[in-house]
Design a protein around this ligand. Structure first.
Ligand code: IDC
Length: 348
């Protein structure tokens, strides 16, 4: 390649990076054409390093765009057998998964939760295991403080602060850990969630100043409008958007597109291809439209759930007697959709 061409290419890459992963104007059919991406686009901690938020987008250490495409556990204790080396290897190598979310219910489901008399040591052991597995397999990992029936995050703010202080201290030297501080606030307004975030974020940042923090918002993490009107005053923060494809459709997609266009950093830490209760129907057509939007906007996404809990949102059939070595027949229609969707996205 001639020197001038090398220079032009370098200049183009630098411009895209400085624009905070912005799309180059000539972007054509593939919405991701012209974007400077980490690695070959399969953003990995070894190539993209510690993540950051630039101009509303998740980027690698070098400022280039990083897309995370992942799966979430169900309640950590309920699905702890999935935390095994071979499964992580399969997901990372064959599945195109570069993100694993560890959902720790505060109120519990099936078992007692972290804040309601559950086995805290076991929950934390599961987190330690999940983070190490993600590290070994070059994946990012989200530690999710999974509030749900306890709608107001302020209810357990002291426990959350103590928990995140310990996690951030333990993982400050890691480049693959992201913190999600309240899964789905509900029954409270954004002012209440904001107050909570303003207590928890400084605790994390004291131990890990550059940590990426993901903040939930009202109405089960669907109210980006309230956030836009009064965002938090911290760097490296993204806001949660959750959708369930059979329940949330065109209106919700339009709201996300609008918030993204206004520069709000968004992270879909949880979505389902089903109805919002995790049950039937599945709507794969709507799910495809969501993925198109997320890819176009460079919004990372993580599916609920990689588990075999007997409900339609689970990726693995409930009758399958193993926790790795899965073949196509072991997957539900949800799981097959996920595999096929990620396979198409492997290159960016
Ligand atoms: C669901 C689980 C289900 C459980 C229920 C109550 O899939 O097995 O009985 O929680 O704990 C969310 C929540 C997520 C829900 C999921 C599906 O973040 O915890 O999981 N969902 O209903 N928000 C919207 C949907």
């Amino acid at each position: 390649m001639k020197k001038t061409m090398v220079f032009l290419l370098a200049a183009a890459l630098l411009t895209a990076a400085l624009a905070g992963c912005a799309k180059a104007p000539e972007a054509a059919a593939d919405p991701n054409d012209g974007i400077a991406v980490c690695d070959d686009g399969r953003a990995r901690p070894s190539s993209c390093g510690k993540l950051q938020v630039l101009n509303g987008k998740l980027c690698g250490e070098d400022g280039q765009s990083a897309m995370l495409r992942g799966v979430s556990t169900h309640d950590l204790i309920v699905t702890e057998s999935f935390l095994n080396d071979q499964l992580f290897e399969e997901l990372a190598r064959d599945g195109g998964v570069n993100l694993f979310r560890l959902a720790m219910y505060t109120h519990g489901v099936g078992v007692m939760g972290y804040c309601t008399g559950g086995d805290r040591a076991r929950y934390e052991e599961d987190i330690f295991k999940g983070v190490e597995l993600a590290k070994q397999h070059d994946m990012y990992v989200i530690i999710d403080w999974h509030i749900l029936s306890d709608g107001d995050p302020n209810l357990y703010v002291d426990q959350a602060k103590a928990f995140f202080a310990r996690m951030a201290e333990k993982y400050s030297g890691y480049n693959n850990v992201l913190y999600e501080i309240c899964n789905e606030p509900n029954g409270v307004d954004w002012a209440a969630v904001k107050r909570y975030a303003q207590e928890v974020i400084p605790v994390i940042r004291e131990k890990d100043p550059r940590a990426v923090v993901i903040v939930g918002d009202p109405q089960w993490s669907s109210d980006l409008r309230s956030v836009l009107a009064d965002p938090l005053d911290y760097e490296n923060v993204l806001y949660t958007l959750h959708f369930y494809a059979a329940s949330h459709k065109e209106d919700s997609r339009a709201a996300v597109a609008e918030a993204s266009a206004q520069g709000l950093p968004i992270f879909v830490t949880e979505y389902g291809v089903t109805a919002a209760n995790g049950g039937f129907p599945r709507d794969l057509e709507s799910a495809d439209l969501w993925v198109e939007l997320l890819e176009r906007e460079r919004i990372s996404y993580c599916m609920w759930t990689f588990s075999k809990v007997a409900e339609p949102c689970s990726a693995v059939r409930s009758t399958v007697p193993k926790y790795n070595g899965f073949i196509r027949e072991d997957y539900t229609a949800t799981g097959l959709w996920l595999l096929d969707t990620l396979a198409k996205r492997n290159t960016r």
